[in-house]
Ligand binder design. Structure first.
Ligand SMILES: NC(=O)c1ccc[n+]([C@@H]2O[C@H](COP(=O)([O-])OP(=O)(O)OC[C@H]3O[C@@H](n4cnc5c(N)ncnc54)[C@H](OP(=O)(O)O)[C@@H]3O)[C@@H](O)[C@H]2O)c1
Length: 345
């Protein structure tokens, strides 16, 4: 039987090249076409020597493919995706262009008018642990942002179980590759090394995504979320530390910490890629993998839930989660091509 043909738009960015690295060894599909504006006509292995085994040429225009990943910047991505959808192709969009359900959020958070608001209700938000059945039949999957993936997976069990008050604080940290491969002053080694800073403190673009999805889990009731991202001097990795008061009267036993852990363990009992762990996880425990490690804790002194989650921003935060979505869409085993453990150190 012939394999499903896969294409990548914009292989020259960090997400695109991570997709190529994972797809070239995926046993269920064939990577047939990759595009990249700045490197069109060159061999991929010449531009990215780490992929020396992959003999494919970067094209200016996408060739024939059955399922396509768009790893373009937002706004540009929709322009590529819409004609593909019209041709009946299935698409996994790595950008933010189809993640938000309310078109009014795009001018507010991205300073753009959405070019196809009618597609926002058709697009399925691509966290398989939450939307598996919708993803399986979807034509368009909006692959989530990295901060939203890390934060939503940390909080979903507590919000779903109704054990926390609506005031939530998310303190999140990202490696520099989260900012992409384009040249930026703030991404220079000498600016980032030995430095830590908070940014977008008055409102980061990933906030509406987190609020949207946690609000849906909270039966449509909005939550009051503070989300503060930080830039860390590391290449890959992301951590969300989330705090919320536990509702009074929710737990009768003495060991609230264990009862909360049980809620989390039950929520993720059948999930390969989200693991409830016994100790605070490190970003290095998931580097290069599709895993998300979640550590729920209860602070006895303040009565607060404290959840720590880690992902690789280019893995579960982008490329490998996209491939997990592809596996679900194609009816392949969800772990196919993704079950390698993290790199360490
Ligand atoms: N980095 C992450 O951790 C992460 C996580 C989740 C989602 N995402 C999303 O995934 C998408 C790709 O992210 P990334 O980090 O891979 O980005 P990136 O590394 O910054 O990719 C940027 C590349 O896009 C191309 N590009 C830039 N502007 C363009 C334009 N106007 N038209 C055509 N091509 C353009 C450029 O390549 P050429 O010069 O070769 O055209 C550039 O090298 C983005 O939408 C991003 O928000 C990123």
């Amino acid at each position: 039987m012939s394999k499903t043909r896969v294409g990548i738009i914009n292989v020259t960015g960090y997400v695109g090249i991570e997709l190529a690295r994972l797809l070239c060894r995926h046993p269920g599909v064939e990577l047939v076409s990759v595009t990249g504006r700045s490197a069109a006509g060159q061999k991929l292995k010449k531009v990215f020597p780490n992929l020396f085994n992959l003999d494919i040429t970067i094209e200016a225009k996408l060739g024939e493919a059955d399922i396509v990943f768009s790893a373009m910047p937002h706004e540009e991505s929709a322009k590529e995706v819409i004609p593909l959808l019209k041709k009946g192709k299935r698409v996994i969009d790595m950008s933010a262009d189809f993640r938000l359900k309310d078109a009014a959020d795009y001018p507010r958070w991205y300073k753009i008018e959405h070019v196809a608001p009618e597609l926002l209700k058709e697009a399925v938000y691509g966290i398989p642990e939450l939307y598996r059945s919708e993803i399986s039949g979807a034509q368009l999957v909006a692959n989530p942002g990295c901060y939203p993936t890390c934060s939503i997976l940390a909080l979903a069990p507590a919000v779903k179980a109704g054990i926390i008050e609506p005031d939530i604080v998310i303190d999140a940290k990202s490696g520099v590759s989260g900012a992409g491969r384009s040249l930026k002053l703030g991404s220079l080694f000498s600016e980032v090394d030995e430095d830590v800073c908070a940014y977008s403190v008055d409102g980061h673009r990933h906030f509406p995504e987190i609020a949207q999805e946690l609000g849906i889990i909270n039966s449509g009731e909005p939550l009051k979320i503070i989300f503060v991202p930080h830039l860390m001097p590391m290449t890959r990795g992301m951590m969300s530390t989330c705090y919320a008061a536990v509702k009074s009267g929710k737990f009768s036993g003495k060991n609230i910490k264990e009862e909360i852990r049980k809620i989390y363990q039950d929520f993720y009992a059948n999930e390969e890629f989200v693991r409830v762990v016994d100790d605070p996880p490190h970003t290095k425990h998931v580097q290069g993998s599709n895993y998300c490690l979640v550590y729920p804790n209860y602070d006895q002194r303040t009565g607060k839930l404290m959840v720590i989650s880690v992902i690789d921003n280019l893995g579960k935060g982008a490329a490998s989660q996209g491939i997990q979505n592809m596996n679900v869409m194609l009816g392949l085993p969800e772990t196919m091509g993704l079950d390698a453990p993290a790199m360490f150190p």
